[in-house]
Design a protein around this ligand. Structure first.
Ligand code: UD1
Length: 428
Protein backbone atom coordinates (compact mmCIF):
# COMPACT_ATOMS: atom_id res chain seq x y z
CA UNK A 1 0.00 0.00 0.00
CA UNK A 2 1.22 3.46 -0.89
CA UNK A 3 0.78 6.25 1.62
CA UNK A 4 1.95 9.74 2.41
CA UNK A 5 3.95 10.28 5.59
CA UNK A 6 4.05 13.85 6.84
CA UNK A 7 5.97 15.45 9.70
CA UNK A 8 4.20 18.78 9.99
CA UNK A 9 4.47 21.87 12.13
CA UNK A 10 6.42 24.15 9.81
CA UNK A 11 4.93 27.22 8.10
CA UNK A 12 4.66 26.84 4.32
CA UNK A 13 6.57 29.61 2.55
CA UNK A 14 7.61 30.44 -1.00
CA UNK A 15 5.90 30.17 -4.36
CA UNK A 16 3.79 27.48 -5.96
CA UNK A 17 2.79 27.21 -9.61
CA UNK A 18 -0.87 26.26 -10.10
CA UNK A 19 -1.66 23.66 -12.77
CA UNK A 20 -4.40 23.62 -15.39
CA UNK A 21 -7.94 23.03 -14.11
CA UNK A 22 -8.97 19.38 -13.78
CA UNK A 23 -12.66 20.16 -14.08
CA UNK A 24 -12.06 22.09 -17.32
CA UNK A 25 -9.55 19.64 -18.80
CA UNK A 26 -11.84 16.61 -18.48
CA UNK A 27 -14.86 18.01 -20.39
CA UNK A 28 -12.55 19.67 -22.93
CA UNK A 29 -10.84 16.35 -23.65
CA UNK A 30 -14.25 14.69 -23.99
CA UNK A 31 -15.36 17.55 -26.26
CA UNK A 32 -12.53 16.90 -28.74
CA UNK A 33 -14.60 13.91 -29.93
CA UNK A 34 -16.94 16.43 -31.58
CA UNK A 35 -14.21 17.94 -33.75
CA UNK A 36 -13.69 17.19 -37.42
CA UNK A 37 -9.98 17.98 -37.25
CA UNK A 38 -7.10 17.86 -34.75
CA UNK A 39 -7.24 19.78 -31.48
CA UNK A 40 -4.16 20.91 -29.59
CA UNK A 41 -4.87 21.35 -25.88
CA UNK A 42 -2.30 23.04 -23.63
CA UNK A 43 -1.96 23.49 -19.86
CA UNK A 44 -3.48 20.06 -19.16
CA UNK A 45 -2.77 18.93 -15.59
CA UNK A 46 -0.71 15.75 -15.30
CA UNK A 47 -3.08 13.79 -13.03
CA UNK A 48 -4.58 10.32 -13.13
CA UNK A 49 -8.11 11.50 -14.12
CA UNK A 50 -6.59 12.97 -17.30
CA UNK A 51 -4.90 9.61 -18.05
CA UNK A 52 -8.27 7.88 -17.74
CA UNK A 53 -9.77 10.42 -20.12
CA UNK A 54 -7.02 9.88 -22.71
CA UNK A 55 -7.45 6.10 -22.34
CA UNK A 56 -11.13 6.55 -23.16
CA UNK A 57 -10.20 8.64 -26.22
CA UNK A 58 -7.78 5.90 -27.43
CA UNK A 59 -10.47 3.26 -26.93
CA UNK A 60 -12.96 5.24 -28.98
CA UNK A 61 -10.46 5.38 -31.85
CA UNK A 62 -8.95 8.88 -31.45
CA UNK A 63 -5.24 9.50 -32.05
CA UNK A 64 -3.73 11.06 -28.94
CA UNK A 65 -0.20 12.43 -29.20
CA UNK A 66 1.67 13.65 -26.15
CA UNK A 67 3.40 16.87 -27.27
CA UNK A 68 4.84 17.55 -23.83
CA UNK A 69 3.89 16.95 -20.19
CA UNK A 70 1.02 19.45 -20.38
CA UNK A 71 0.08 19.44 -24.07
CA UNK A 72 -1.86 16.87 -26.04
CA UNK A 73 -2.74 16.75 -29.72
CA UNK A 74 -5.98 14.87 -30.24
CA UNK A 75 -7.11 13.85 -33.68
CA UNK A 76 -10.65 12.46 -33.35
CA UNK A 77 -11.24 11.89 -37.08
CA UNK A 78 -11.01 8.10 -36.73
CA UNK A 79 -13.33 7.79 -33.72
CA UNK A 80 -15.48 4.79 -34.60
CA UNK A 81 -16.89 3.51 -31.31
CA UNK A 82 -19.69 4.92 -29.19
CA UNK A 83 -19.11 2.67 -26.18
CA UNK A 84 -17.10 3.95 -23.21
CA UNK A 85 -15.23 0.98 -21.65
CA UNK A 86 -16.87 0.19 -18.32
CA UNK A 87 -13.71 -0.05 -16.20
CA UNK A 88 -12.72 3.47 -17.33
CA UNK A 89 -16.25 4.87 -16.97
CA UNK A 90 -16.43 3.60 -13.40
CA UNK A 91 -13.14 5.14 -12.37
CA UNK A 92 -14.26 8.77 -12.61
CA UNK A 93 -17.35 10.92 -12.65
CA UNK A 94 -16.35 13.00 -15.66
CA UNK A 95 -16.48 9.92 -17.92
CA UNK A 96 -20.14 10.82 -18.44
CA UNK A 97 -19.11 13.79 -20.59
CA UNK A 98 -18.45 11.25 -23.33
CA UNK A 99 -22.21 10.61 -23.48
CA UNK A 100 -22.83 14.19 -24.60
CA UNK A 101 -19.92 14.30 -27.02
CA UNK A 102 -20.57 10.85 -28.56
CA UNK A 103 -24.28 11.59 -28.93
CA UNK A 104 -23.33 14.87 -30.62
CA UNK A 105 -20.88 13.18 -32.97
CA UNK A 106 -22.47 9.80 -33.71
CA UNK A 107 -26.06 10.05 -32.51
CA UNK A 108 -25.32 7.16 -30.15
CA UNK A 109 -23.58 6.62 -26.81
CA UNK A 110 -23.29 3.67 -24.47
CA UNK A 111 -21.82 3.74 -20.99
CA UNK A 112 -22.23 2.25 -17.55
CA UNK A 113 -23.15 4.61 -14.72
CA UNK A 114 -20.14 6.79 -13.86
CA UNK A 115 -17.89 6.46 -10.79
CA UNK A 116 -16.24 9.32 -8.89
CA UNK A 117 -16.26 10.68 -5.35
CA UNK A 118 -19.02 9.37 -3.09
CA UNK A 119 -21.00 12.35 -1.74
CA UNK A 120 -24.26 10.43 -1.39
CA UNK A 121 -26.77 10.02 -4.20
CA UNK A 122 -25.54 11.66 -7.43
CA UNK A 123 -28.40 11.35 -9.94
CA UNK A 124 -28.04 12.16 -13.64
CA UNK A 125 -31.71 12.82 -14.29
CA UNK A 126 -31.00 16.37 -15.51
CA UNK A 127 -28.45 15.13 -18.04
CA UNK A 128 -31.01 12.64 -19.35
CA UNK A 129 -33.76 15.24 -19.43
CA UNK A 130 -31.50 17.52 -21.48
CA UNK A 131 -30.63 14.80 -23.98
CA UNK A 132 -34.34 13.96 -24.32
CA UNK A 133 -35.20 17.61 -24.99
CA UNK A 134 -32.79 17.44 -27.94
CA UNK A 135 -34.54 14.36 -29.29
CA UNK A 136 -32.48 11.49 -27.85
CA UNK A 137 -34.02 8.31 -26.49
CA UNK A 138 -32.47 6.18 -23.79
CA UNK A 139 -32.76 2.78 -22.19
CA UNK A 140 -30.89 0.68 -19.65
CA UNK A 141 -29.50 -2.55 -21.03
CA UNK A 142 -27.77 -4.90 -18.57
CA UNK A 143 -26.33 -2.03 -16.54
CA UNK A 144 -25.44 0.05 -19.59
CA UNK A 145 -27.05 3.40 -20.31
CA UNK A 146 -27.81 3.45 -24.05
CA UNK A 147 -28.62 6.74 -25.79
CA UNK A 148 -29.55 7.23 -29.42
CA UNK A 149 -31.01 9.89 -31.68
CA UNK A 150 -31.82 9.83 -35.41
CA UNK A 151 -30.87 13.49 -35.45
CA UNK A 152 -30.46 15.87 -32.56
CA UNK A 153 -32.53 19.04 -32.78
CA UNK A 154 -31.96 22.12 -30.62
CA UNK A 155 -34.41 22.58 -27.78
CA UNK A 156 -35.22 24.51 -24.62
CA UNK A 157 -33.73 22.90 -21.51
CA UNK A 158 -34.61 24.25 -18.06
CA UNK A 159 -32.45 22.52 -15.46
CA UNK A 160 -34.34 21.80 -12.22
CA UNK A 161 -31.10 22.02 -10.23
CA UNK A 162 -27.98 24.01 -11.01
CA UNK A 163 -25.75 21.19 -12.21
CA UNK A 164 -22.25 21.55 -13.60
CA UNK A 165 -22.33 18.11 -15.19
CA UNK A 166 -25.76 18.49 -16.80
CA UNK A 167 -24.93 21.97 -18.15
CA UNK A 168 -21.75 20.62 -19.74
CA UNK A 169 -23.37 17.48 -21.12
CA UNK A 170 -26.26 19.36 -22.72
CA UNK A 171 -23.78 21.86 -24.23
CA UNK A 172 -21.78 19.00 -25.72
CA UNK A 173 -24.83 17.29 -27.21
CA UNK A 174 -26.15 20.61 -28.58
CA UNK A 175 -23.00 21.83 -30.37
CA UNK A 176 -23.82 19.91 -33.56
CA UNK A 177 -27.60 19.65 -33.09
CA UNK A 178 -29.80 21.33 -35.71
CA UNK A 179 -30.95 24.82 -34.64
CA UNK A 180 -30.83 26.67 -31.33
CA UNK A 181 -30.53 25.13 -27.87
CA UNK A 182 -31.19 27.28 -24.81
CA UNK A 183 -30.08 26.05 -21.37
CA UNK A 184 -31.74 27.91 -18.52
CA UNK A 185 -30.71 27.76 -14.87
CA UNK A 186 -27.29 26.76 -16.18
CA UNK A 187 -24.26 26.42 -13.91
CA UNK A 188 -21.78 29.32 -14.13
CA UNK A 189 -18.50 27.77 -12.98
CA UNK A 190 -15.25 29.02 -14.60
CA UNK A 191 -14.77 25.59 -16.19
CA UNK A 192 -18.10 25.95 -18.00
CA UNK A 193 -16.89 29.21 -19.51
CA UNK A 194 -13.61 27.50 -20.39
CA UNK A 195 -15.37 24.63 -22.15
CA UNK A 196 -17.51 27.12 -24.13
CA UNK A 197 -14.36 29.07 -25.08
CA UNK A 198 -12.67 25.86 -26.22
CA UNK A 199 -15.70 24.81 -28.27
CA UNK A 200 -15.98 28.26 -29.85
CA UNK A 201 -12.25 28.15 -30.66
CA UNK A 202 -12.71 24.89 -32.58
CA UNK A 203 -15.75 26.22 -34.47
CA UNK A 204 -18.86 26.09 -32.24
CA UNK A 205 -21.33 28.93 -31.72
CA UNK A 206 -22.03 29.31 -27.97
CA UNK A 207 -23.10 32.47 -26.15
CA UNK A 208 -23.84 33.26 -22.53
CA UNK A 209 -21.53 30.79 -20.75
CA UNK A 210 -20.86 32.22 -17.31
CA UNK A 211 -24.48 33.39 -16.99
CA UNK A 212 -27.47 31.21 -16.17
CA UNK A 213 -28.72 31.22 -19.79
CA UNK A 214 -26.51 29.57 -22.38
CA UNK A 215 -27.43 29.64 -26.07
CA UNK A 216 -25.92 27.13 -28.46
CA UNK A 217 -26.51 27.47 -32.18
CA UNK A 218 -25.80 24.14 -33.84
CA UNK A 219 -23.03 23.94 -36.43
CA UNK A 220 -22.35 21.01 -38.74
CA UNK A 221 -18.55 21.23 -38.89
CA UNK A 222 -15.90 21.89 -36.25
CA UNK A 223 -12.50 22.30 -37.92
CA UNK A 224 -10.48 21.94 -34.67
CA UNK A 225 -7.87 24.31 -33.25
CA UNK A 226 -5.55 25.12 -30.41
CA UNK A 227 -6.51 26.03 -26.83
CA UNK A 228 -4.94 26.54 -23.39
CA UNK A 229 -6.85 25.52 -20.25
CA UNK A 230 -7.48 27.92 -17.31
CA UNK A 231 -5.67 27.47 -13.97
CA UNK A 232 -7.28 25.23 -11.36
CA UNK A 233 -9.46 27.22 -8.95
CA UNK A 234 -9.65 24.40 -6.40
CA UNK A 235 -5.97 23.50 -6.46
CA UNK A 236 -5.23 27.20 -5.89
CA UNK A 237 -7.78 27.40 -3.06
CA UNK A 238 -6.22 24.34 -1.42
CA UNK A 239 -2.75 25.96 -1.33
CA UNK A 240 -4.28 29.22 -0.08
CA UNK A 241 -5.83 27.37 2.85
CA UNK A 242 -2.64 25.37 3.48
CA UNK A 243 -0.67 28.62 3.67
CA UNK A 244 -3.07 30.11 6.23
CA UNK A 245 -3.34 26.88 8.24
CA UNK A 246 0.44 26.55 8.69
CA UNK A 247 0.84 30.25 9.57
CA UNK A 248 2.77 30.60 6.35
CA UNK A 249 3.34 33.04 3.52
CA UNK A 250 2.77 31.60 0.05
CA UNK A 251 2.53 33.21 -3.38
CA UNK A 252 0.52 31.30 -5.97
CA UNK A 253 1.46 31.81 -9.60
CA UNK A 254 -0.63 31.12 -12.70
CA UNK A 255 -4.01 31.90 -11.12
CA UNK A 256 -7.03 33.99 -12.12
CA UNK A 257 -7.76 35.94 -8.91
CA UNK A 258 -11.34 36.62 -10.06
CA UNK A 259 -12.06 32.86 -9.92
CA UNK A 260 -10.85 32.79 -6.31
CA UNK A 261 -12.99 35.65 -4.99
CA UNK A 262 -15.28 33.60 -2.74
CA UNK A 263 -12.28 31.82 -1.20
CA UNK A 264 -10.29 35.04 -0.84
CA UNK A 265 -13.25 36.77 0.85
CA UNK A 266 -13.67 33.93 3.36
CA UNK A 267 -9.96 33.90 4.22
CA UNK A 268 -9.99 37.68 4.70
CA UNK A 269 -13.04 37.35 6.95
CA UNK A 270 -10.98 34.90 9.03
CA UNK A 271 -8.16 37.43 9.36
CA UNK A 272 -5.81 36.12 6.66
CA UNK A 273 -4.02 38.64 4.44
CA UNK A 274 -4.66 38.02 0.74
CA UNK A 275 -2.99 40.21 -1.86
CA UNK A 276 -4.03 39.92 -5.50
CA UNK A 277 -1.71 40.52 -8.45
CA UNK A 278 -2.37 40.10 -12.17
CA UNK A 279 -1.90 36.35 -12.37
CA UNK A 280 -0.72 35.69 -8.84
CA UNK A 281 -2.01 35.84 -5.32
CA UNK A 282 -0.15 36.05 -1.99
CA UNK A 283 -1.62 34.52 1.16
CA UNK A 284 -0.09 35.44 4.49
CA UNK A 285 -0.97 34.51 8.07
CA UNK A 286 -0.89 37.71 10.11
CA UNK A 287 -2.50 36.74 13.40
CA UNK A 288 -5.05 34.53 15.14
CA UNK A 289 -7.64 33.01 12.80
CA UNK A 290 -11.23 34.11 13.45
CA UNK A 291 -14.32 31.91 13.28
CA UNK A 292 -16.55 32.21 10.20
CA UNK A 293 -19.66 30.61 8.77
CA UNK A 294 -19.44 28.98 5.34
CA UNK A 295 -22.31 28.00 3.04
CA UNK A 296 -21.41 26.14 -0.11
CA UNK A 297 -23.23 27.24 -3.26
CA UNK A 298 -22.87 26.90 -7.03
CA UNK A 299 -20.50 29.50 -8.53
CA UNK A 300 -20.06 32.39 -7.71
CA UNK A 301 -20.78 31.09 -4.19
CA UNK A 302 -18.28 29.25 -2.02
CA UNK A 303 -17.34 26.02 -3.88
CA UNK A 304 -18.33 22.68 -2.36
CA UNK A 305 -14.96 21.37 -3.58
CA UNK A 306 -13.30 23.67 -1.01
CA UNK A 307 -15.58 22.65 1.86
CA UNK A 308 -13.31 20.00 3.47
CA UNK A 309 -10.27 22.30 3.24
CA UNK A 310 -12.00 25.35 4.77
CA UNK A 311 -13.54 23.18 7.50
CA UNK A 312 -10.00 22.03 8.35
CA UNK A 313 -8.89 25.66 8.58
CA UNK A 314 -11.87 26.59 10.76
CA UNK A 315 -10.71 23.94 13.26
CA UNK A 316 -7.72 26.20 13.85
CA UNK A 317 -9.79 29.39 14.35
CA UNK A 318 -10.91 30.92 17.61
CA UNK A 319 -14.55 30.14 18.44
CA UNK A 320 -17.35 28.15 16.87
CA UNK A 321 -17.96 28.14 13.13
CA UNK A 322 -20.81 26.68 11.08
CA UNK A 323 -20.31 24.99 7.72
CA UNK A 324 -23.44 24.32 5.66
CA UNK A 325 -23.14 22.00 2.66
CA UNK A 326 -25.82 23.06 0.19
CA UNK A 327 -24.68 21.19 -2.92
CA UNK A 328 -24.28 17.52 -1.94
CA UNK A 329 -26.26 15.59 0.65
CA UNK A 330 -23.37 13.65 2.20
CA UNK A 331 -20.07 15.46 2.00
CA UNK A 332 -18.89 15.28 5.61
CA UNK A 333 -17.54 11.71 5.60
CA UNK A 334 -13.99 12.98 6.10
CA UNK A 335 -14.91 14.51 9.46
CA UNK A 336 -14.31 11.17 11.23
CA UNK A 337 -10.74 11.21 9.91
CA UNK A 338 -10.22 14.83 11.01
CA UNK A 339 -11.52 13.91 14.48
CA UNK A 340 -8.73 11.33 14.73
CA UNK A 341 -6.36 14.29 14.47
CA UNK A 342 -8.09 16.17 17.29
CA UNK A 343 -10.82 18.10 15.48
CA UNK A 344 -13.98 18.89 17.42
CA UNK A 345 -16.73 18.81 14.80
CA UNK A 346 -20.37 17.79 15.16
CA UNK A 347 -22.32 17.03 12.01
CA UNK A 348 -26.09 17.27 11.84
CA UNK A 349 -27.34 16.57 8.32
CA UNK A 350 -25.90 19.22 6.06
CA UNK A 351 -24.47 21.38 8.87
CA UNK A 352 -21.14 20.92 10.64
CA UNK A 353 -20.48 22.75 13.91
CA UNK A 354 -16.73 23.33 14.12
CA UNK A 355 -15.20 24.20 17.50
CA UNK A 356 -11.75 25.76 17.25
CA UNK A 357 -9.10 23.45 18.72
CA UNK A 358 -5.95 25.41 17.99
CA UNK A 359 -4.00 22.57 16.34
CA UNK A 360 -3.94 18.96 15.15
CA UNK A 361 -2.17 15.83 16.34
CA UNK A 362 -0.66 13.52 13.74
CA UNK A 363 -2.52 10.22 13.22
CA UNK A 364 -3.04 7.52 10.62
CA UNK A 365 -5.93 8.70 8.42
CA UNK A 366 -7.57 7.97 5.09
CA UNK A 367 -8.29 10.16 2.09
CA UNK A 368 -11.96 9.20 1.73
CA UNK A 369 -12.28 11.18 -1.50
CA UNK A 370 -10.31 13.72 -3.53
CA UNK A 371 -10.94 16.95 -1.61
CA UNK A 372 -11.18 15.10 1.70
CA UNK A 373 -7.65 13.93 0.91
CA UNK A 374 -6.61 17.55 0.44
CA UNK A 375 -8.04 18.32 3.87
CA UNK A 376 -5.94 15.50 5.38
CA UNK A 377 -2.83 16.92 3.70
CA UNK A 378 -3.54 20.33 5.20
CA UNK A 379 -4.14 18.87 8.68
CA UNK A 380 -0.97 16.78 8.25
CA UNK A 381 1.27 19.75 7.48
CA UNK A 382 -0.18 21.55 10.49
CA UNK A 383 0.25 18.67 12.99
CA UNK A 384 3.59 18.75 14.76
CA UNK A 385 4.06 14.96 14.74
CA UNK A 386 3.71 12.13 12.21
CA UNK A 387 0.62 11.78 10.00
CA UNK A 388 0.08 8.89 7.60
CA UNK A 389 -2.49 9.22 4.83
CA UNK A 390 -3.85 6.10 3.14
CA UNK A 391 -5.88 5.84 -0.09
CA UNK A 392 -3.84 8.62 -1.65
CA UNK A 393 -4.95 7.58 -5.15
CA UNK A 394 -7.91 9.89 -4.50
CA UNK A 395 -5.53 12.84 -4.03
CA UNK A 396 -3.48 11.97 -7.10
CA UNK A 397 -6.63 11.93 -9.23
CA UNK A 398 -6.78 15.71 -8.98
CA UNK A 399 -3.55 17.30 -7.66
CA UNK A 400 -0.55 17.45 -9.97
CA UNK A 401 2.88 16.91 -8.36
CA UNK A 402 1.35 17.46 -4.98
CA UNK A 403 4.34 16.17 -3.00
CA UNK A 404 6.87 18.22 -4.95
CA UNK A 405 4.73 21.34 -4.60
CA UNK A 406 4.28 20.91 -0.83
CA UNK A 407 7.98 20.06 -0.40
CA UNK A 408 9.01 23.15 -2.33
CA UNK A 409 7.02 25.17 0.21
CA UNK A 410 8.97 23.54 3.05
CA UNK A 411 6.76 20.59 4.03
CA UNK A 412 8.33 17.30 5.15
CA UNK A 413 6.26 14.81 3.19
CA UNK A 414 7.13 11.44 1.64
CA UNK A 415 5.34 8.86 -0.47
CA UNK A 416 6.13 5.42 0.86
CA UNK A 417 5.24 1.96 -0.33
CA UNK A 418 4.47 -0.41 2.54
CA UNK A 419 4.51 -4.02 1.28
CA UNK A 420 1.32 -5.85 2.22
CA UNK A 421 3.19 -8.63 4.10
CA UNK A 422 4.74 -5.98 6.39
CA UNK A 423 1.28 -4.61 7.21
CA UNK A 424 0.15 -8.12 8.02
CA UNK A 425 3.19 -8.71 10.24
CA UNK A 426 2.45 -5.46 12.10
CA UNK A 427 -1.19 -6.44 12.59
CA UNK A 428 -0.16 -9.83 14.03
C1 UD1 B 1 -19.04 18.67 -10.61
C2 UD1 B 1 -17.58 18.52 -10.25
C3 UD1 B 1 -17.42 18.33 -8.75
C4 UD1 B 1 -18.12 19.46 -8.00
C5 UD1 B 1 -19.54 19.66 -8.49
C6 UD1 B 1 -20.19 20.92 -7.91
C7 UD1 B 1 -16.52 17.53 -12.16
C8 UD1 B 1 -15.93 16.32 -12.79
N1 UD1 B 1 -17.05 17.38 -10.95
O1 UD1 B 1 -19.70 17.48 -10.22
O2 UD1 B 1 -16.03 18.34 -8.45
O3 UD1 B 1 -18.15 19.14 -6.62
O4 UD1 B 1 -19.58 19.80 -9.92
O5 UD1 B 1 -19.43 22.03 -8.21
O6 UD1 B 1 -16.46 18.61 -12.70
N2 UD1 B 1 -27.88 16.79 -9.55
C9 UD1 B 1 -29.13 16.24 -9.76
N3 UD1 B 1 -29.40 15.71 -10.99
C10 UD1 B 1 -28.49 15.70 -12.00
C11 UD1 B 1 -27.22 16.27 -11.77
C12 UD1 B 1 -26.94 16.81 -10.53
O7 UD1 B 1 -29.98 16.23 -8.87
O8 UD1 B 1 -28.80 15.22 -13.09
C13 UD1 B 1 -27.58 17.37 -8.23
C14 UD1 B 1 -26.42 16.66 -7.52
O9 UD1 B 1 -26.85 15.53 -6.81
C15 UD1 B 1 -25.90 17.76 -6.62
C16 UD1 B 1 -26.12 19.04 -7.46
O10 UD1 B 1 -27.08 18.69 -8.45
O11 UD1 B 1 -26.68 17.82 -5.46
C17 UD1 B 1 -24.90 19.57 -8.14
O12 UD1 B 1 -24.25 18.52 -8.83
P1 UD1 B 1 -23.39 18.80 -10.15
O13 UD1 B 1 -23.14 20.26 -10.27
O14 UD1 B 1 -24.03 18.11 -11.28
O15 UD1 B 1 -22.03 18.07 -9.80
P2 UD1 B 1 -21.16 17.18 -10.76
O16 UD1 B 1 -21.25 17.69 -12.16
O17 UD1 B 1 -21.45 15.74 -10.50
Amino acid sequence: MIKYVIHGGKPLTGTVEISGAKNAALPILAATVLADGPCRVENIPSISDVSICTDILYNLGADVTVVDRHTLMIDPTRVNSFTVPSDLARSMRASYYFIGSLLGRMGQAKMTTPGGCDFGVRPIDQHIKGFEMLGAKWSMDRGMLCFSADSLVGGHVYLDVVSVGATINVMLAAVKARGLTVIENAAREPHIVDLANFLNTIGADIMGAGTDVIKIRGVSYLPGGSYSIIPDQIEAGTYMVAAAATKGDVTLKNVIPKHLESITAKLQEMGVEVEEGDECIRVRYVGELQKANVKTQPHPGFPTDMQPQITTLLCLAKGTSLVTENVFDNRFKYVDELRRMGANITVDGRVAVVEGVGGFQGAPVKAVDLRAGAAMLIAGVVATDRTEIEDIHHIERGYENVLEKFRKLGADIKRIDVPDDMRLAKAL
